[in-house]
Design a protein around this ligand. Structure first.
Ligand SMILES: NC(=O)c1ccc[n+]([C@@H]2O[C@H](COP(=O)([O-])OP(=O)(O)OC[C@H]3O[C@@H](n4cnc5c(N)ncnc54)[C@H](O)[C@@H]3O)[C@@H](O)[C@H]2O)c1
Length: 351
């Protein structure tokens, strides 16, 4: 196995993100080099565990760790407090202590839940992220946001809890459904638009670049943002580019439009809004990339419908809404404005 790329995050906890191809069977050795022998409670889903569970558990056990596995049905509908409670009960039964660890083997759903369980179990135990989707690799496994969904909305119950290690074997992405992989690219394109023109240009033509380098660059961008604003009081908001409109589209569709597809359309709406707001118009260039990745580009909902969902966002502060708008490709800004202005801008885009 080649030497992994190492990206270090210095937040409230300092940790490494290791990226390599074909490294999964070496996870035990790597974890043993960094942590004392202990019990590792693995949370995974019923799609990922049959593919990679044996490799991970065998490798960890060979390196001297005891493993306990808890597997839940795959998909967002599993990201519940009940499932976290079940996982915690599993850890209790296995007598997992504060010197033991949690390991998330899966996409963003598993990472968010395992991280949350690790944050609250015994008032917090360490955890390792093993992301297996592109979205988890470039986004959710880095930065320490953990959460579950409740009936009032997505990610409304959670905690900041940084992982102790992120271990990414890029080969695991080869088994992803094409649509799940494509959804991850919406986030990759987002990183380029908000902070890195060169990255945007690199990924503009699908399939024309080295995936490992692109993932590493996205992680570096997220690392830089998290190091400056770990607890999301300022520039971390840039990562929401396309998401204010995207979340509304996702919700109005009853989640039949996937997150990536909704964010892709949300980025186009944000570009149109930026133009009306007085910034340079980047709608065409953003729409082209989104289209080239195979995403739909039209929003099926009216400005009024989107606005009603945006207004009901529990995480909104006061009567203002902060939009992330592109000033240039590679430079977005946070623009706080009265909610009514957002509706007006959206209407003027023709929605
Ligand atoms: N914490 C954060 O900062 C953050 C950031 C962005 C998104 N998120 C969260 O991430 C979640 C979405 O993550 P996601 O898109 O990874 O979804 P996901 O975890 O549901 O994975 C998508 C699908 O891919 C399957 N899968 C995962 N890895 C696979 C593999 N290697 N091969 C085959 N199938 C595989 C899963 O079983 C699932 O069916 C949302 O809940 C969102 O809120 C969190």
């Amino acid at each position: 196995m080649a030497t992994p790329t190492v990206i270090t995050v210095k937040a409230s906890g300092t940790y490494d993100i290791l990226l390599e191809k074909g490294s999964l069977s070496n996870i035990g050795q790597t974890v043993a080099e960094r942590f004392k022998t202990c019990t590792i409670a693995i949370l995974s889903d019923d799609k990922v565990f049959p593919l990679y569970g044996k490799t991970v558990t065998e490798s960890l056990e060979k390196a001297g760790f005891r493993t306990v596995c808890h597997v839940i049905p795959n998909g967002e509908q599993s990201k519940t407090l009940d499932n976290v409670t079940d996982f915690i009960n599993c850890m209790t039964q296995a007598q997992v202590t504060r010197t033991d660890m949690v390991l998330a083997l899966g996409g963003g759903v598993i990472g968010d839940m395992a991280g949350f369980a690790a944050a609250i179990y015994l008032r917090g135990i360490p955890f390792i992220q093993v992301p297996t989707t592109l979205l988890a690799a470039v986004d959710s496994s880095v930065g320490g946001k953990t959460a579950v969904d409740i009936s009032a909305g997505k990610n409304l119950v959670g905690a900041f809890h940084q992982p102790s290690l992120v271990y990414l074997d890029i080969d695991t992405l080869s088994t992803l459904d094409a649509q799940v992989m494509r959804d991850g690219f919406a986030e990759v394109i987002k990183y380029g638009i908000i902070l890195d023109r060169k990255l945007f240009d690199t990924v503009a033509v699908p399939g024309s670049f080295d995936l490992k380098s692109v993932i590493a660059r996205c992680i570096e961008i997220k690392r830089d943002v998290v190091e400056q604003d770990e607890f999301d009081h300022g520039m971390r908001g840039l990562l929401n580019f396309g998401h204010t409109f995207g979340h509304a589209i996702e919700k109005l569709s009853g989640f039949t439009i996937t997150h990536g597809s909704a964010v892709a359309r949300g980025m186009i709406i944000a570009a149109k809004v930026a133009r009306i707001y007085g910034f340079t118009d980047y709608t065409e260039i953003i729409t082209k990339v989104v289209k080239d990745y195979g995403f739909e580009t039209d929003c099926p909902y009216s400005a009024d419908a989107l606005y009603s969902v945006i207004l009901s966002d529990k995480k909104r502060s006061g009567s203002d809404i902060t939009l992330v708008l592109p000033k240039e490709i590679g430079r977005c800004t946070l623009e706080k404005m009265p909610a009514a202005q957002v509706l007006d801008l959206m209407k003027k885009t023709g929605l």
